[in-house]
Design a protein around this ligand. Structure first.
Ligand code: C2E
Ligand code: CA
Ligand code: CA
Length: 784
């Protein structure tokens, strides 16, 4: 830094200037001058004292006129200075001082110092010992005291110190003390020390002025912002007195409350709010109670949301406040902000509705149900946690949705939701979890019996077909029930139990309900184990095929065999397909398994006499897989079996999902000569529609009807109808599960083509087929 720059920096710290302080500079200068001027009485007193001392000592030694003139200037100069400075630091009634005024004052001080300096310079060299002492004391005293008194105006102080020090030095030089350089050095050291102190104290003074100004500026800014906030913002400030009444009611506050300022001040703040609370609004009442408690106990609160009625308008306010205390620590009211959060709150409520309700049915959704279940099972006493959880799932929804369209499907879901709602009282939480899955949470059921009765009522409510637009649809549902705390006491376990119970209800033939029991968990565990083991079984070919003969009633001969897969389990022995096929279908393992069965059955059948067919079951998953035609043709080609000797058995579930796809697959298979049979006929949904749409070769009448043929007239009617239907559509019929001669005779009388069942033979391993065929040929001859 150059010397000039350093001087500039020094000056800027001690002397106000427009460059740094802007318009404030003149006020700072005035403050500096005022600070000096305020000390004038003291200065005048000191000067009178000094002047009197000089006059008494030198009165008889120096010319009276000369002394008199000097004394007048010395004392009167101060008086004049006092008045003159006063005039200099005023600008339109406010204290302000220009740089020119400051300069004038420097000149004034310099002149005055020169006048005073004349005494030591002129008198000291010729003075006697006492006179020397007197002047030395007075001059050093003035140097110190004057420097400090002037220190607020640092330039004037500097001029004063420099001139007085110079005068003292010259006085010493001109006297006999001129030979003592030590005295001179001391004097210079005092002078510069005082100069340094004056600068430093002046810096402190100015920096204090600047800090004060900054503080004031900020205070004004805050004041401005607050005023703006009060007038324009959606927020409002409020402050109460110790007795709870509002202080300073702004226009904004009054319009927010929809009252006049006088009304606002008439009663305490809490009471005012109480008058705005909407009737029957639980949340409003709770919030107001909480607010009153906070105010009563002196506890600060934040973002307390309060619904209020301003006129007819329901608004939401958010209040934040803390208690105020006076200097003695006594409570002196409250200060806070209020904010109108109506639109934010509405948006939040809309979101909450979306997040908690199912938009299709208006019922609670999965999220809300889960929360309610958690609350129910996790709070309160064991008794208060008692509840029943029910899952309800429509049995034929997919079918309806696919065949009649999503619009009808939506209508159905709505109407089912409504039916369920009518069966339960308000304490039951009803939700749609997604798709056609509904759930109910019944708190504190009176007994297990009461839950069972509700389940019955719900299923009964589905009995009546639904009228949707112009279609009537049959609905059926399955339900699974779990009880808290009997089956579990946490949401996760309960959901799992209800799910397992639902699974069991479906497995039990649908359109029914089941309550969870431990055996279900056990069978679920078995299923999981089975899944795992199935993978290994596939890899190590633990499967084998049993064949069950199909007996032609007219020809009295075996016409084919149905291939039925078995699993040679290392530990459990032979496992039937009823146990593992559903699991394999769930996991998709059915595709490789089914392919294996198909290839194996074709290979083994190729070795049979050429008039015998083989029937192979195809799962829906398998039938719908894109490669099915290719897999079948490959199996035929690899085994050399003629396509006409292969019959594929499919169930209706294979056809319902994708009408066109199923039709194309059927056509592709049949055009290549492969036969197709519809298995388990009579247990499905809308059989006639399928038969008209899909070209097939055979219907297999489910064993369910066959079994009750001899006892149940309804079953006879069904079988009769199926057979005449098949005739009309030129389809062959095979009756399954024929166990008695009576059944066989009846079926023959009704015109059924083939029978299959234990009466003819149980399923047998491939190597036994030869013997069986020989035996059956003999029996046929014998029976003729
Ligand atoms: P399904 O196709 O209806 O097969 C007939 C079932 O009835 C067989 O049970 C058979 O053993 C049994 N059955 C035959 N005659 C009688 C009888 O007189 N009385 C009684 N009570 N039952 C009789 P299985 O072998 O346990 O097979 C059960 C089901 O597993 C089959 O029902 C079929 O849907 C499925 N399945 C079997 N093998 C396969 C396969 O390779 N692939 C696929 N996808 N499913 C298969
Ligand atoms: Ca079958
Ligand atoms: Ca069957």
């Amino acid at each position: 830094m150059t010397l000039k720059a350093r001087w500039r920096a020094l000056l800027d710290e001690a002397v106000p200037g427009e460059a740094i302080d802007g318009p404030k500079a003149k006020y700072f200068r005035a403050r500096q001058l005022q600070a000096v001027r305020r000390l004038f009485p003291l200065v005048i007193l000191g000067n009178v004292f000094n002047t009197v001392a000089v006059l008494t000592h030198f009165g008889d030694r120096l010319p009276m006129l000369w002394l008199g003139l000097w004394a007048t200037v010395a004392v009167a100069g101060l008086g004049v200075g006092y008045l003159w400075w006063g005039a200099l630091i005023k600008e339109q009634g406010r204290p302000a001082a220009s740089p020119a005024a400051m300069r004038l004052i420097v000149w004034h001080v310099a002149f005055y110092t020169l006048v005073w300096s004349a005494v030591p310079v002129l008198v000291f060299p010729g003075a006697d010992h006492n006179g020397e002492m007197l002047l030395a004391t007075v001059t050093v005293g003035m140097l110190c005291a004057g420097g400090f008194l002037l220190s607020a105006h640092v330039l004037a102080a500097s001029a004063y110190i420099v001139i007085l020090t110079a005068a003292s030095v010259s006085a010493l030089l001109r006297s006999t003390y001129g030979q003592y350089p030590m005295l001179m050095l001391l004097l210079l050291a005092y002078g510069s020390t005082i100069l340094g102190m004056v600068w430093s104290s002046s810096r402190v003074f100015l920096s204090r002025l600047r800090a004060e100004a900054e503080t004031e500026r900020q205070a004004q800014l805050i004041d401005l912002l607050l005023r703006d906030f009060e007038e324009h913002a959606s927020d409002w400030l409020w402050e109460t007195q110790p007795h709870g009444h509002l202080r300073h009611v702004s226009r904004h506050l009054a319009s927010t409350f929809g009252m006049s300022a006088e009304q606002l001040q008439q009663r305490p703040f809490v009471e005012l709010l109480a008058t705005l609370i909407p009737a029957d609004h639980v949340e409003a009442r709770d919030a107001h109670a909480h607010l009153s408690q906070c105010l009563l106990r002196g506890v600060a609160f934040r973002d307390l949301e309060l619904p209020v009625l301003v006129g007819d308008d329901l608004r939401w306010w958010s209040l934040t406040a803390k208690p105020l205390f006076d200097e003695q620590g006594r409570a002196s009211g409250w200060r806070g902000v209020g904010r109108d959060i109506t639109s934010a709150r509405r948006a939040r409520d809309d979101l909450a509705r979306l997040a908690n309700f199912d938009s299709l049915t208006g019922l609670a959704n999965r999220h809300r149900f889960g929360e309610a279940l958690s609350r129910m099972t996790q709070t309160g006493s064991p008794e208060s946690r008692r509840c029943a959880l029910m899952f309800l799932d429509l049995d034929n929804f997919k079918n309806i949705n696919d065949s009649l369209g999503h619009a009808v499907g939506d209508l159905l879901l709505r109407s089912v939701g409504e039916r369920i709602r009518q069966c339960v009282d308000e304490s039951v939480l009803l939700a749609r979890l997604g798709g056609d899955e509904f759930a109910l949470l019944m708190p504190h059921p009176a007994s297990v019996q009461a839950v069972a009765e509700l389940a019955e009522r719900l299923l009964a409510s589905m009995n009546e077909p639904c009228q949707l637009d112009d279609v009537r649809v049959d609905v059926r549902a399955s339900m699974g029930i779990a009880l808290c705390p009997i089956d579990g006491d946490d949401p996760e376990t309960l959901l799992k139990c209800a799910d397992l119970a639902l699974y069991a209800a479906k497995a039990a033939g649908r359109n029914t309900w089941r309550m969870f029991d431990a055996a279900m968990a056990e069978s679920a565990r078995n299923r999981v184990r089975l899944q795992h083991e199935l993978g290994e079984a596939l890899a190590s070919e633990q499967f084998t095929i049993y064949y069950q003969p199909q007996w032609h009633l007219g020809e009295q001969a075996v016409v084919g065999f149905e291939a039925l897969v078995r699993w040679h389990h290392a530990e459990r022995g032979l496992i039937g397909p009823a146990e593992f096929i559903p699991v394999a279908e769930e996991t998709g393992q059915i595709v490789p398994l089914g392919t294996w069965v198909l290839r194996q059955a074709c290979r083994e059948a190729a070795a049979w006499p050429a008039h015998l067919r083989v029937s192979v079951n195809l799962s829906a998953v398998q039938f719908r897989s894109s490669a099915v035609v290719e897999v079948v043709m490959q199996a035929l080609a690899d085994s050399g079996l003629a396509p006409e000797r292969l019959e594929l058995e499919i169930t209706e579930s294979a056809l319902i999902e994708d009408y066109e796809g199923a039709q194309a697959t059927l056509m592709a298979l049949r055009s290549r000569g492969v036969r197709v049979a519809l298995d388990d006929f009579g247990t499905g949904y809308s059989s006639l529609a399928y038969l008209r749409h899909f070209q097939m070769d055979k219907l297999k009448i489910d064993g369910l009807f066959v079994r009750s043929l001899d006892s149940d007239t309804e079953a006879q009617a069904v079988v009769t109808a199926i057979i005449s239907l098949a005739r009309a559509l030129h389809l062959e019929t095979t009756a399954e599960g024929v166990e008695t001669r009576a059944q066989k005779l009846m079926l023959r009388a009704l015109g059924c083509d083939d029978i299959q069942g234990y009466l003819v033979s149980r399923p047998m391993p491939a190597p036994q087929i030869r013997d069986f065929l020989i035996r059956s040929a003999h029996e046929q001859v014998a029976s003729h």
